[in-house]
Design a protein around this ligand. Sequence first.
Ligand SMILES: O=C(O)CCC(=O)C(=O)O
Length: 317
Amino acid sequence: MLHSEHFTRTTLFSPSEPIESTATTSALTSTSSLEWKEPLCPLPSNLADLPTVLSTKGFVILEQLLRSGVHEVLNERLEAVLNGEYDLGRPPGKLPPAKLHDPWKPGKRTIQVVNIRYSDSKFRSVICSEILGKLVADLACWESGARVASDQVWCKPPSSGALSFHRDSAYFDFVPADVVTVWIAFDDMIPEVGPLEYVEGSHKWGEGRVGSANQFFDKDRTRLMHDAAMREGLDVKQLRVHQVNVKAGGCGIHDGRTWHGSDRNKSNKIPRRGLGIHFVPANAKFKNGELGKMWAKFRKEGSNELPDDEFPVTYRR
Ligand SMILES: O=C(O)CCC(=O)C(=O)O
């Protein structure tokens, strides 16, 4: 059941400050004409209750995180990266097959680009922003600061499918096991396009069975989550599911244990694009024992230290 009336709305930055530009507003989306400075709005002073909201509900929603115009530039850069243009000279960690390189082409499958920060300097400046790192460290009450573990563009072309409810924490092989994800909207998240959804309080549920990445596109997107809820003795009809209905440039921030997913993009015209950035505490290390495929290649013989060049500390206290 959707309880949109229960959204935790926190309007942080209003009105939006335009990014520094030497261009007219109509030319704002042209990356070449932009003087690209800090892409995030300055941190507001009214953050005090957000750590409590995050620890109680498992998520917070911020109406505006990116400066005005930044999401348009990032949408442009996403298309450039999908066309093989890497201004940082390195391909992303993972690209979809070539037939999935057009965000505007209707189709069933979601376009996922993993670790776009390797490839594009504008994406990198958002993902590795110190302002964002501080925001995460403050909300999560991480004493050491925050470090980027991975990033992922989620682009649902018109008519594409749903994403099953899942937990991020299951995929991160670090100690401490804390993960916080910032999910930034690059399009207006109207219900039709399948915005991200959070199950309130689900970060407190037991570990149990959490599924695998193969089940991301399961036919019944609620199955795993409902199993988990029932194991908690909860009635699934009573779950409070919140949509992140922000405008482009807004974001949701969730605890890695919060169950989340999204419905299909019912529009046959517009894509639904966003960027998830997964943070861990600055002092996180690899766990002992076997690591998942995503992480194993980064562990150096005899050490559990995270290499800073692959997992940048973006804010340190
Ligand atoms: O964009 C989506 O629907 C899913 C995003 C997600 O699962 C994440 O960022 O952790």
